[in-house]
Design a protein around this ligand. Structure first.
Ligand code: FES
Ligand SMILES: [Fe+2]
Length: 348
């Protein structure tokens, strides 16, 4: 077996927690790729992140408390660790130390972390100026990272798993899908005749019967995230309907079988009348997105625990992107030095 070197994934910024979940005076434990950290707000309310293991003898700092200076006081022997990672002992004041504190950002309603030396330019640029960010949330997946990754690299499951995206079962022959593989990203382009929906949904989205649904996405690896542009057109693909949204899903690996999916939803409503109803339409869109991603998480739980297995799978053209995503995850995200490419056969 080849020796594989994996780099620390925190050389890229990762979203880890919704801002509102880190309240003043509280300490929150988070895990990224098996490494455990604690988050807290300093005197300026800036989020801080340090390793959860106390530098003295490893007690979990989640059991500690914040003092008036908003430094963590360990619950065991009361060593103090501040947001910069400076630690000292109250019993032996000369004994000081420094732990690896992380860099944090508070952006788009989330707290993000990365290694201290990561520049601001490395922050993933996923917002589109023509769209408004209408909300964000976290969905937990009890599945290995590769299973979650695969789920977000294909559209075939839409008619079976989802209610609001994709075609109906009787219109699967209208589904088209293609991929484009680039150096640092992969793209997916899908379209189909849109499934039947209740009147309110069709009206609030400005849809007409026979319209086509499109989901075009780009998947990037620094860190792992896909941005899915959802929009509708008339059948000849000449008129784009009023409402479009972009769902961006960041995959933060927690352990070998757990992934936190942090989701950001951006929306554009072109129709002036529909715009008057934008609070309702946005709320509804966010609710639908939450529901659909919950459905993804629900089915992903049943995936095999050994996601490396893929050699015996019976693949089709619709699965084409997933192995490119797996490869780029290994080489770009994990920075593996060696990669043995498996050979897969696809049926068109
Ligand atoms: S283990 Fe934290 S102060 Fe001793
Ligand atoms: Fe899905």
């Amino acid at each position: 077996m080849k020796h594989i070197v994996e780099n620390d994934v925190l050389r890229f910024p990762h979203p880890v927690l919704k801002s509102t979940k880190l309240r003043k005076g509280k300490i929150v434990e988070i895990t990224v790729s098996g490494k455990v950290f604690v988050l807290f707000r300093d005197k300026n309310q800036t989020p801080r992140a340090v390793p959860a293991a106390c530098p003295h003898r490893g007690a979990n700092l989640i059991k500690g408390k914040l003092n008036k200076e908003r430094e963590i006081v360990c619950g065991y022997h009361a060593w103090t660790i501040n947001g910069e990672g400076q630690g000292y002992s109250p019993s032996v004041p000369k004994r000081t130390c420094k732990v690896h504190s992380l860099k944090t950002w508070e952006k788009h309603g989330f707290i993000w972390i990365a290694n201290k030396d990561v520049p601001d330019e490395a922050f993933p640029d996923f917002t589109n100026k023509a769209f408004n960010l209408i909300g964000s949330f976290t969905q937990k997946f009890n599945a290995p990272l590769k299973v979650v990754l695969d789920n977000f690299g294909e559209i075939e499951h839409a008619f079976q798993v989802h209610k609001f995206i994709g075609a109906s079962k009787s219109k699967l022959d209208t589904v088209t899908f293609s991929v484009k593989i680039e150096e640092e990203q992969t793209r997916g382009f899908s379209s189909c005749e849109y499934r039947k929906q209740p009147f309110f949904f069709r009206w609030s989205y400005g849809l007409k019967s026979g319209d086509y649904y499109h989901n075009d996405w780009v998947f990037r690896f620094k860190p792992l995230h896909g941005s899915y542009h959802n929009y509708w057109t008339d059948k000849p693909n000449t008129v784009v309907r009023s409402n479009e949204f972009i769902i961006t899903t960041f995959m933060t690996p927690i352990t070998a079988t757990k992934v936190d999916l942090h989701v950001f939803v951006q929306m554009k409503i072109k129709n002036r009348i529909l715009r008057l109803f934008s609070p309702i339409i946005r709320f509804f869109t966010l609710l639908v997105t939450k529901y659909e991603i919950w459905e993804d998480a629900r089915i992903a739980r049943f995936a095999p625990l050994n996601p490396e297995d893929g050699n015996n799978w019976k693949l089709t053209n619709l699965d084409k992107q997933i192995f490119h995503n797996r490869k780029k995850t290994d080489t770009i995200y994990y920075g593996k030095k060696e990669y043995t490419e498996a050979i897969y056969e696809f049926t068109e």
